[in-house]
Design a protein around this ligand. Structure first.
Ligand code: FAD
Length: 467
């Protein structure tokens, strides 16, 4: 019998699931509370910066959903899950039945403890902006246009993580003098170590943005933002990028097991109810939540196979994050701070680059690259495959690629980390458009766009025989 699959949330994980369910024997309904067609959240900072138009964000249009026979409901907020009746309840009271329920509501931003952030009437201080949705982005863009009319417009970004750095770069490219405040001792502290953090801080400074690390914003004043070290940063805008947690309220109220995220097993099924699944930023697998598009898409692909009745399981080992910010290049594989193993590291603060590989039993188990990502395709491939390296190889991988004779990417090298697309698949496409449609490469963080343009339609280079 055809199963009714209902998805809560119309974000990046939900779209990937829908793509993978094309042609499956399911009746798919996607309930999305935002009013827009599902879009690429990662590109919001590019919209803020002005390099992308908001029209370029949608991942799939309502017409695409309709053409697949899928029911996409926009502006449809789910307020309750009735597990006994197997129904979800929308904000207006409408009830929708499911055979399988997929929870994909992403994260909710959390407000940092800054006095004066929220006014007596519960609204945010007018200078303050969260940055998670297209609505947030539009409101911030509007304020940027207003403050650009001032003589020296200034902004403070609270949070020096991936998102904070993206927003800071975008504001700075727009001509707003931007400062970053980060409570941890260095930038990107969840992903990289102090050496990489200081390379990034130096790069930012070179690009005109000062970062205050080990400092917390504690109060909004009429002049600006006061830090816990007593300094006041005068500002016209404050953007909050620190803090976000898996959206779990619905699941918790429905009695599903929730720790930090909604707890699922390796088939992405709730450990409490085998008709309920969770994917993306809201899911917790083996005590880990993620917060990046690559694992969200991998989970969506595994769950689609599970819903098709195939044997599939999510190992949860792979974690890839790329920073999308003009002038800053960062890629992180696994957890280079916590992973156990031998560390091979090269830092060149003058050139603005840092590379760290963690190798265990000859295999790359984690990596952080800042500044020069020329080797990222190869390193990702070796990491994904668990290839055992010779004693000299980790060191060689950390050397910059020679400009005169760049080694051709092997067919198996992963080009698009978000959608898991290899060089072979890209080479097999006749055009970039065919590659985008057929593989979804470039539609995540977009970090692979240049490589895709170079490889599309090209045959695999053959090794040259010598002698
Ligand atoms: C500005 C920004 C930049 C980012 N940059 C990167 C990056 O460079 N690289 C990277 O890997 N990741 C990045 N991320 C993270 C990435 O976007 C997420 O990991 C990814 O979107 C997760 O997909 P998801 O479907 O779980 O959640 P989301 O894409 O957030 O989608 C969840 C959707 O569910 C909706 N929803 C919530 N509750 C309900 C409800 N009750 N009823 C109906 N709908 C509901 C939400 O409104 C939202 O539209 C970024 C995130 C942001 C905000």
């Amino acid at each position: 019998m055809t199963q009714r699959v209902v998805v809560v949330g119309g974000g990046m994980a939900a779209v990937r699931l829908a793509e993978q369910l094309v042609g499956a024997d399911v009746r798919l309904t996607v309930l999305a509370d935002e009013p827009h067609a599902p879009y690429n959240r990662i590109l919001l900072s590019a919209v803020l910066e002005g390099t992308h138009s908001a029209d370029a964000l949608p991942l799939r249009s309502p017409a695409w959903f309709e053409a697949q026979g899928f029911d996409l409901r926009l502006g449809a907020r789910v307020v309750e899950i009735d597990r006994e009746a197997r129904e979800v309840v929308l904000v207006g009271g409408e009830r929708i039945r499911y055979d399988r329920l997929v929870l994909a509501p992403g994260q909710i931003p959390t407000l940092p403890p800054i006095r004066g952030l929220v006014r007596r009437d519960g609204t945010l201080h007018p200078k303050v902006h969260p940055f998670r949705s297209l609505e947030d982005c539009r409101r911030l863009q509007h304020s940027v246009v207003e403050v650009l009319a001032h003589t020296s417009p200034r902004a403070v970004v609270v949070g020096g993580g991936l998102l904070g750095l993206q927003v800071a770069r975008a504001l700075s490219v727009r001509g707003v003098l931007t400062e970053v405040v980060e409570g941890a001792a260095h930038l990107l502290a969840s992903q990289v170590g102090p050496a990489a953090g200081s390379v990034l801080a130096r790069d930012l400074r070179r690009l005109g943005t000062e970062a205050y690390t080990g400092a917390r914003a504690v109060r909004m004043t009429d002049e600006g933002v006061r830090l816990d070290n007593g300094a006041v940063l005068p500002t016209d805008l404050v953007v909050l990028t620190a803090g976000g947690r898996p959206s779990t309220a619905l699941a918790r109220r429905a009695g599903l097991m929730v720790r930090r995220g909604i707890v699922v097993d390796s088939t992405l099924t709730s450990v409490t109810d085998d008709r309920v699944h969770a994917i993306g930023d809201c899911a917790e697998h083996r005590r880990r939540t993620t917060g990046f598009v690559a694992p969200a898409w991998e989970q969506a692909e595994v769950l689609a196979r599970v819903l098709r009745g195939e044997a599939a399981s999510y190992a949860g080992l792979r974690s890839v994050a790329r920073l999308r910010a003009t002038g800053l290049e960062v890629a992180v594989l696994g957890d280079p701070q916590a992973a156990e193993g031998e560390v091979v590291e090269v830092t060149n603060p003058i050139a603005g680059s840092h590379r760290r590989l963690v190798v265990h039993g000859g295999r790359i188990v984690a990596a952080a690259l800042v500044g020069d990502l020329s080797r990222i395709g190869l390193i990702t491939q070796l990491y994904d495959r668990g290839t055992i390296l010779g004693p000299d190889e980790p060191g060689q991988l950390l050397l910059p690629e020679s400009a005169d004779a760049p080694a051709p990417l092997p067919d198996e090298a992963e080009v698009c980390a978000c959608a898991g697309v290899t060089a072979r698949e890209v080479r097999a496409c006749a055009s970039v458009a065919e590659c985008v449609e057929g593989t979804r490469a470039t539609t995540g963080c977009g970090g692979c766009a240049d490589v895709v343009r170079r490889l599309v339609g090209k045959a695999t280079p053959q090794p040259v025989a010598v002698g």
